[in-house]
Design a protein around this ligand. Sequence first.
Ligand code: NAP
Length: 250
Amino acid sequence: MRLENKTALITGGSRGIGRDIAIKFAEEGADIIFLYRSDAQSAQALATIIESLGRKVFAFQVDVSNFDEVLKIRDAIEKKHKKIDILVNNAGVLRDSLFMKMSDSDWHTVIDINLTGVFNCTKAFLELLYRENQGVIVNIASIAGIYGNVGQTNYSASKAGIIGFTKALAKEAARYKVRVNCIAPGFIETGIWDDLPPKVYEAALKKIAVRKMGLPEHVSKTAVFLASEASSYITGQVVEVDGGIGLSVI
Ligand code: NAP
C-alpha cells in the first residue's frame, strides 16, 4: 500500500475525478477527508465505499470559493485530525461560451471556484503540511490551461493560473519538503461533460491520439503516483493525462 498512514484531503470529492481519487487513495491505505459543494447523496455514497475499504472518512460541505467557509472547515479538521499529508485541489466547474458572449458572472464563477478555490484551500491547509515538514499537493489543472480551448477563455485562464501557481509554490515549498505538482487531464468521462453537444464530443474524439475518452481512473492512478514516495524527486511538474491530445498539432 503506497499511502499507508497518510491522511488525504480532496476537494470536489463527491463525484467524477475527485471521487475516484478518494477511492484509489483509500485502497492505497490513506484516510480520506473530502469536500463537496451540494451533492450530499453522492457524498454519503462515497463515504460508505471508503468505510467499506476499512479507512476513516470525513466529508464536509463547503464552497471552496468562500475563504471564510474554508477556514472554518480547516479549524474543524485541525482539531480532529491534527495533520494532513496530501492535499488534492480538484474542485472545478465549466461555464463555457464564446468570449464575445461570455458574461461577467460566468467569468467570475469559473475563476473564483477553479483558481481562487485552489488559493483558498492551499492557504488554509499548507501550514499543516509545513508543520510536519513533509507533504504533497496535487492540483488538477487541464490541457485547456496549456493549449487553450474554444469557448473556454474563463476555464483555460483558470487552469493556466493553476499551472503557474503550482510551479511557483513548488519552489517556495521545497525547503519544507513539500512537493507540488499538477495533472492536466484531457477529456475524461465524468458529469462535467453532461451538456456537451454530440458534435463537439465527436470532434474532440478525433483529436485524441488513442481515439478514446479518458476515464477518472486514468487521472486517479496518476494522482496516486504523484502523492506517493515513487515520485519523491518530482516537483513543479505538469503531467498531461490526455491520451496524446497534446500531440495533435501535426
Ligand atoms: P464533476 O464530475 O463535475 O465534479 C466536480 C466536483 O467539484 C464535485 O464534487 C462538486 O461538488 C465539486 N465542486 C464544484 N464546485 C465546487 C465548489 N464551489 N466548492 C466545492 N466543491 C465544488 O467534475 P470532474 O470532471 O470530476 O472534474 C474534476 C476536476 O478535473 C475539475 O477541476 C475539472 O476542471 C478537472 N478536469 C476535468 C476534465 C474532464 O474531462 N472531466 C478535464 C480536465 C480537467 P458537488 O457535486 O457537491 O457540486
